[in-house]
Design a protein around this ligand. Structure first.
Ligand SMILES: [Zn+2]
Length: 372
């Protein structure tokens, strides 16, 4: 009897141990093994709220292409101005880094898509128009003062912290949702200029740059929020020193500066075309550089000591307004509508797929040259 009882107990015990082991292994493996779903759509940081360290590895180019079923590749050479080296990079991967740096990640999704198309077009246009001016061995560089801003994964992690994975994924989705799309006018790539904030009205290209382009016309930008304004106050002594250092013959003194500094002409947009400085007349752009203003859309008042420039907007005023694009998206516009609003009479085409080739420098439009 005793032996018979043992025979029943052993299989039951074995079954219990096996079940316990299975449960344990399932729990362990479900934690250790990576989720099969896309890391682009379901980052670990989202599944583990409160965790500070970035646990999702940087998504790879393969992730981008597999997740968005994109097979075209265009390799460009990017001059990383911080690391002082040229890096070969896939175009779409580069555009993710550009949108990350050029537009806040929390902006509306349709605004991010519009930025992706503008940045892609700008990049390809630059490649055909003398490439990067800082480093002509590269197609484009990461310096916003020369070409376009760009964030590496390391910079994104430093900037975004625990939001890195979510932000990256959102921007990658916007870029890959428009993969290959570019702006075209008359069969040629556009010089898709853009900037932060116009102050409510964009500018005709010839008022800022050397030539008039039919798709860079001044348009209303009604949904900019906030409308960026800034007052720049400069005391009397500093003002006169600043002016005389740059324009020693202009005749401005501490006795006459209030009468002899005045806005001479303004464009219909409200941007200053020319400013009088005593005997000199300078352009609005020269005034912006001289006084460190955010834009050429400014007025002047005279407090007791010195001068105050009241500026509206931030940037050159030409092309798509990033802040305005976000405002339009908030009011229901899709990215195509946003782009067609800021770039007059353009069409959106698939680069390489619709017979749209990068124009050669010989037959391209004259590149925009900033005035002196
Ligand atoms: Zn450059």
């Amino acid at each position: 009897m005793k032996r018979k009882k043992q025979n029943h107990v052993i299989p039951i015990l074995l079954a219990v141990v096996l079940i316990a082991l299975s449960v344990l292994l399932f729990v362990l493996f479900s934690r250790v093994l990576p989720d099969k779903r896309s890391t682009l759509c379901d980052p670990q940081t989202e599944r583990e709220p409160g965790r500070i360290a970035i646990v999702t590895p940087a998504p790879t180019l393969l992730d981008l292409y597999v997740n968005f079923n994109w097979t075209e590749t265009t390799t460009i050479s990017v001059y990383d101005h911080r690391a002082n080296r040229i890096v070969p990079m896939d175009l779409e991967e580069y555009i993710v880094g550009v949108v990350s740096a050029e537009m806040p990640a929390y902006y509306e999704f349709e605004a991010l898509k519009a930025q992706a198309v503008a940045s892609r077009t700008y990049t390809l246009y630059r490649m055909a128009h003398g490439r990067c001016q800082t480093n002509p061995d590269a197609d484009i560089c990461t310096n916003s003062k020369c070409c376009q801003a760009f964030s590496t994964h390391e910079r994104m992690q430093n900037t975004w912290g625990k939001d890195y994975a979510n932000n990256y994924n959102r921007i990658a989705e916007a870029v890959m949702g428009t993969a290959g799309e570019v702006l075209v006018y008359d069969g040629k790539l556009c010089d898709a200029l853009y900037h932060a904030c116009s102050g409510g009205q964009t500018e005709d290209s010839e008022h800022v740059y050397a030539n008039a382009l039919p798709y860079l016309r001044g348009v209303d930008s009604p949904y900019e929020d906030p409308m960026r304004t800034e007052d720049v106050a400069i005391g009397e002594d500093a003002l006169i020193e600043l002016i005389l250092t740059k324009y020693p013959e202009c005749g401005i003194t501490d006795d006459n500066f209030r009468e002899r500094i005045a806005i001479d002409k303004a464009y219909p947009s409200g941007r200053v075309e020319t400013l009088r400085l005593g005997n000199e007349t300078i352009t609005g752009k020269q005034a912006r550089n001289l006084f460190g203003l955010r834009s050429t859309m400014f007025t002047i008042t005279w407090p007791e000591d010195g001068i105050v420039f009241h500026t509206k907007g931030y940037g050159h005023g030409v092309g798509m307004i990033q802040n305005g694009a976000n405002g339009m998206a908030k009011h229901g516009s899709k990215y195509r509508e946003i782009l067609l609003h800021y770039y007059t009479e353009v069409t959106i085409a698939s680069y390489g797929a619709d017979g749209i080739a990068t124009p050669s420098p010989e037959d391209a439009d004259i590149p925009l040259v900033p005035e002196g």
